[in-house]
Design a protein around this ligand. Structure first.
Ligand code: SAM
Length: 319
């Protein structure tokens, strides 16, 4: 798809470039905030799976920059924002970056060290695996990212804190119920939200978990054992959602909420482009393309293929 036609068909992509966001995802976090007021009183945040960085930009613009520019800021601690991703990310003012895998215990330790004993008020996770197109596989990997996020949450989120995590509303509703129940173990309020900027055709939604209150006597080391009791997202065999949770008096309704200005832009609609007086349209360049995207290698190979198969072979051998 050309840039101009993408601008026409994706209003949030166009708006992101106009407003200086690195990705259209920024609007999802902003619209979640409109509904749930997630930034209120927040001083310490972790942004999991942050690249290319539009959520970190939102955190910087909403929390760090206003605090830094405030006349009362002298001598007070500025908000701490730690962002993690497998991919490197161009710098953002007020954001500490950690490159690593959130499912790896060592990455979690690095994040915890940055907090140096203090606790986070908010953890956000927009993690998404490289989609394979095999829905079961994609949902499984996605559920592992939520689990990794929850593991980090149990180590650093303060009581009363919030956790926002991307979920996939796939065909397997039992997986969704399990995730809901797992999150409900730790948060008094759990809502699944669909921001207006997230396309209806996309199976993504966001779990908005409020008021972190782990079970009494909870030890972080017991997380996985505890989760097994409510069914593990990592194994369909453990799932027992059909018997208890979905029937009779035990039936649980997961609260789903659309958020963002519902009379505002519709991400599934095309909008006309504003043309200059001479009838031409100038598409803006992306704000910050990823530094080392996972598809970089594929692009190199594609480019090389136009020079002949030997180049592809050489590139493959060199890597
Ligand atoms: N929130 C980001 C923004 O606003 O710019 C977009 C995040 S993008 C949809 C998903 C990110 O998840 C990718 O950058 C990917 O590298 C990251 N990711 C996937 N698996 C990960 C893992 N195991 N550890 C760390 N990051 C991961």
């Amino acid at each position: 798809m050309g840039k101009a036609s993408r601008d026409k068909r994706d209003i949030y992509y166009r708006k992101a470039k106009e407003e200086g966001w690195r990705a259209r995802s920024a609007f999802k976090l902003l619209q979640i905030d409109e509904e749930f007021n997630i930034f209120e009183g927040v001083k310490h945040v972790v942004d999991l799976c942050a690249a290319p960085g539009s959520w970190s930009q939102v955190l910087s613009r909403k929390l760090y920059l206003p605090a830094k520019l405030s006349p009362d800021s002298e001598g007070t601690d500025l908000p701490l924002i730690v962002a993690i991703d497998l991919q490197p990310m161009a710098p953002i003012e007020g954001v500490i970056q950690v490159q690593g895998d959130i499912t790896n215990a060592r990455t979690a330790e690095v994040v915890i060290r940055h907090f140096d004993g203090c606790k986070a008020d908010l953890v956000v996770c927009d993690g998404a695996p490289d989609v394979t197109g095999l829905h079961d596989m994609d949902e499984f990997v996605q559920s592992q990212l939520i689990l990794a996020g929850l593991t980090i949450v149990t180590h650093i989120l303060k009581n009363g804190g919030k956790f926002i995590a991307k979920i996939f509303r796939g065909k397997d509703t039992s997986l969704l119920y399990c995730q809901f129940h797992q999150l409900k173990l730790f948060f008094t309020e759990v809502t699944f939200a669909k921001p207006k900027s997230s396309r209806n055709s996309s199976i993504e939604a966001f779990a908005v978990c409020e008021n972190y209150s782990p079970p009494e006597g909870f030890n972080e080391k017991d997380l996985h054992r505890l989760l097994e009791k409510v069914g593990s997202p990592s194994g369909a065999d453990d799932l027992d959602c059909s018997s208890g949770w979905l029937e009779g008096p035990n039936k649980v309704y997961i609260p789903f909420l659309a958020c963002g200005d519902l009379s505002g832009y519709d991400s599934d609609r095309s909008y006309p482009l504003t043309k200059a007086a001479d009838g031409t349209y100038q598409s803006l360049d992306p704000i910050q393309p990823p530094i080392a995207p996972p598809y970089k290698r594929a692009l190199e190979l594609k480019k090389a293929s136009s020079h002949g198969v030997h180049d592809i072979e050489r590139l493959s051998i060199d890597s």
